[in-house]
Design a protein around this ligand. Structure first.
Ligand SMILES: Cc1ncc(COP(=O)(O)O)c(C=O)c1O
Length: 443
């Protein structure tokens, strides 16, 4: 390849980037980019470049990345209650974990771990996991991948898992109970204390999915917000997922999965000793892994530090409060539950997907949810820029006024959501999503 070609490719990519960047940079996007300041991105990119060849599979060649990952895990365990009340290392083993590629991988790993732990320790051959309907799709994915029966639990009026239903759902085959802190759809924190205690009493695993909240709730608590207990300070919590690539402000591609005790973590590991390729082992699903992403994750954590996380959390929660108050002022809309920063809202009188479509036409990228129909905005640091929250509320008011005046307007995502909500057409919708993925790979 000629050098001039490289320059051309870089130019082309710069052009693509500048076309895509403004929407998220200007704060029009729910979730997705959680930090996004230019100097932070430049710093992470520089760290990535320095470490671009490293691979944790070869810890002998790159001991630096083993150190980065061990310290990422140690910092996360400290943040999530290790060594504090309820965590008794002499009985249970210290809180430990591994770095993974994202929230979904952390969840898949934890569910596989419980399947193998329960098979080995309890002889459970037909494992079941109890998950609230609002738990992330990654749990259903784990159920499909690892042949675990998902037992779905309804949520209460506050969109939190129904504890009585959880209790009723436990069988001799239950390997793990799951709760979210908070849930993806409505930002609700499940009653982790009650659920984890139920699990502990019956020697069942309990996983707190803190992919969204793991790097925000501990700081919210320190700032004096009302945060119910959700971490390893609860003795029944035996594993957690917390995403460094969300509110940990690392580059995309890292998360942390944590366990109560090394014995449990060992069920996650893979080893083979009779392979002609040699003695082989890997802690997570992948073989080779991008050490540069772990280096960038470590760098983000140490550079931001406790003070940086506290300040970021304060800004996000204050901005979310402005957005919540703004939505509450719009009589046609209502907020689901009592969320901190993932704010789901719906309408009793208007088609909420048409409101979302109007917002999309005005550059916003919100998350459409269903069962029940609603839309959410996950507030990030991008929304804490001056004027963004106010612009969101102004546009939302215009959207409501527009849909009120034009209730029969066609187009957008509204009909797709409408179709997915009707039972006979659900498999058609599933097939459509598969064809959409085919399209993504068309050149
Ligand atoms: C609560 C929760 N769990 C798990 C995940 C999955 O994370 P990822 O997209 O990194 O795989 C998400 C993603 O938004 C989430 O909100």
């Amino acid at each position: 390849m000629l050098l001039c070609d490289r320059a051309e490719y870089i130019k082309e990519m710069e052009a693509l980037k500048s076309r895509e960047e403004a929407r998220w940079k200007d704060g029009f996007v729910s979730g997705a980019v959680y930090h996004g300041d230019t100097d932070h991105i430049d710093f992470l990119n520089r760290v990535y470049a320095i470490n671009s060849q490293s691979n944790p599979l070869h810890a002998d060649l790159w001991p630096s990345v083993a150190k980065f990952e061990a310290e990422i895990v140690a910092m996360t365990t400290n943040m999530l209650g290790a060594g504090q009340a309820g965590n008794t290392p002499d009985v249970d083993g210290a809180i430990c974990g591994t770095v993974s590629s994202g929230g979904t991988e952390s969840i898949l790993l934890a569910m596989k771990t419980y399947r193998d732990w329960a098979g080995d320790k309890k002889g459970i051959a037909k494992p079941e996991m109890i998950i609230p309907v609002t738990a992330h799709a990654a749990f259903d994915k784990a159920a499909q991948y690892f042949n675990i029966k998902p037992v779905l639990i309804p949520v209460d009026a506050g969109y939190r898992a129904n504890v009585a239903a959880d209790r009723k759902a436990v069988t001799k085959n239950t390997i793990v109970i799951v709760g979210s802190a908070p849930s993806f759809p409505h930002g609700a924190i499940d009653p982790i204390e009650e659920l984890s205690e139920l699990a502990r009493q019956q020697d069942i695993g309990f996983h707190t999915d803190a992919c969204l909240g793991g790097f925000l709730l501990p700081w919210a608590e320190k700032l004096g917000y009302n945060v119910p207990p959700f971490d390893f300070r609860l003795p029944g919590v035996t594993s957690m997922s917390a995403d460094t690539h969300k509110f940990g402000y690392a580059a995309k591609g890292t998360s942390v999965v944590l366990y109560r005790g090394e014995e449990l973590r060992r069920y996650q590991y893979y080893t083979v000793t009779d392979w002609p390729g040699g003695l082989y082992f890997s802690p997570t699903f992948a073989g080779s892994r991008p050490g540069a992403l772990s280096a960038a994750c470590w760098a983000a954590m140490v550079a931001i530090g406790e003070l940086g996380y506290l300040e970021a959390t304060q800004k996000i929660l204050e901005t979310a409060a402005v957005i919540k108050a703004g939505i509450q002022e719009i009589p046609e809309l209502h907020i689901f539950g009592d969320p901190l920063w993932v704010i789901a809202f719906g309408s009793g009188t208007l088609d909420i997907y048409k409101i979302m479509d109007y917002m999309t036409r005005h550059r916003w990228n919100l998350n459409g949810l269903h069962k029940p129909a609603c839309v959410h905005i996950c507030v990030t640091l991008r929304h804490t820029q001056p004027g963004v929250a106010e612009r969101f509320i102004d546009d939302l008011k215009s959207a409501v006024a527009h849909v009120k005046q034009n209730p029969d307007e066609e187009g957008g995502m509204a009909p797709v959501y409408g179709m997915a909500a009707t039972l006979p057409l659900r498999s058609v919708a599933g097939d459509m999503l598969k064809r959409y993925m085919d399209l993504l790979y068309k050149v």
